[in-house]
Design a protein around this ligand. Structure first.
Ligand code: HPA
Ligand code: ZN
Length: 319
């Protein structure tokens, strides 16, 4: 890639590569239901978001200690840095770990240790966003967020992910209001499998500063106009959309339609260990299959820096 890129939509647990799954399973004596790497890899065929989430949550079982979370995060930073990523804002799912008995302090200590060293070790600035599991009870999200605040963890924002259909943003109005009152950034997955209405809700009820995915915004011209007028960034994940059957193929991906409509689009990997590649792979395949031009690629790269929550000084360095 020609210009520095910011990756704004990736789930750190979704960068858990098969080799690391086996390595951590051995280190932590966690039994795996897979015969070998090939057996595990043969399961990476998804029909929708839920079929992916089932494997994503199952494989997380190997993450136990702060060291595991630090190793996972550093492995992603190393790979992202090689992909040309200069700044990253990544999600993590605290409830997915708390609910299986892993103390939140282990998760935060490991992730934040890697974040603190990312510029020195990988030449990459980084920040973490705690993401709420929207298919779990609202009270659980409230408790998780209270615990993060109590621990004074240096997260930069609150996000919303997991199974979208039937779990509208409106459920989480109060916890997002608390996050904004705390001065945190707020973002939400919306319009991946869910309807445009969920994007309206994310904007109007949660105060989302960016929409994660948002590809279904195109079904609603008034919504597109709002997103364009307010320059709300959409963190689009092309390979993810193909793997989760949100679109039929990269050649048919609406990315160019979105750019041409004037939307502030960025390209991201979502869950790179599961969806066939990192940010550089997303760009390379968009070039091959959608005919993404150099000029479009540069626009996407600049959009990602501008849409980031990096300091103005850091943005100026990267633009
Ligand atoms: N969508 C919703 N939730 C997720 C995803 C995704 O693509 N990846 C990890 N959690
Ligand atoms: Zn995502």
């Amino acid at each position: 890639m020609n210009l520095p890129v910011a990756e704004l939509h990736m789930h750190i647990e979704g960068s858990l590569e098969p080799e690391l799954i086996f390595g951590l399973a051995e280190r932590n004596a966690v039994p795996l239901p897979y015969a070998d790497l090939d057996d595990l890899r043969s399961r990476y065929e998804f029909t929708d978001l839920q079929s992916f989430l089932d494997l994503y949550f199952a494989n997380m079982q190997v993450l136990r200690t702060a060291q595991d979370f630090a190793d996972l995060t550093r492995a992603y930073f190393a790979r992202a840095s090689a992909a040309g990523v200069a700044h990253v804002e990544f999600f993590f799912n605290p409830q997915a770990h708390i609910n299986r008995g892993v103390p939140l302090t282990e998760v935060l200590d490991g992730i934040m240790d890697a974040v603190a060293g990312s510029e020195r070790e990988f030449g990459l600035s980084s920040a973490a966003i705690a993401a709420i599991l929207r298919d779990r009870p609202v009270s659980e999200a409230e408790e998780m967020f209270s615990e993060i605040l109590r621990l004074q963890s240096p997260i930069i924002g609150l996000g919303l992910d997991s199974a979208e259909r039937g779990n509208p943003p409106s459920l989480f109005e109060d916890v997002f209001a608390r996050a904004r009152a705390e001065g945190l950034h707020v973002v939400a997955h919306a319009g991946e499998e869910g309807p445009p209405e969920y994007i309206w809700q994310a904007l109007d009820l949660l105060g989302a500063e960016r929409i994660d995915h948002g590809v279904r915004a195109l079904e609603d011209p008034a919504l597109v106009e709002r997103l364009v007028d307010e320059e709300i960034p959409l963190t689009v994940c092309p390979l993810s959309n193909v793997r989760l059957c949100v679109v039929d193929s990269l050649a048919e991906h609406p990315l160019r339609t979105m750019l041409d409509a004037g939307l502030v689009v960025t390209v991201n990997s979502d869950d790179p260990a599961y969806f066939g590649g990192y940010v550089d792979d997303n760009f390379a395949q968009l070039r091959d299959q959608l005919g993404l031009t150099d000029a479009e690629q540069d626009t996407l790269a600049r959009n990602s820096i501008k849409a980031s929550f990096a300091t103005e000084a850091r943005k100026a360095e990267l633009l």
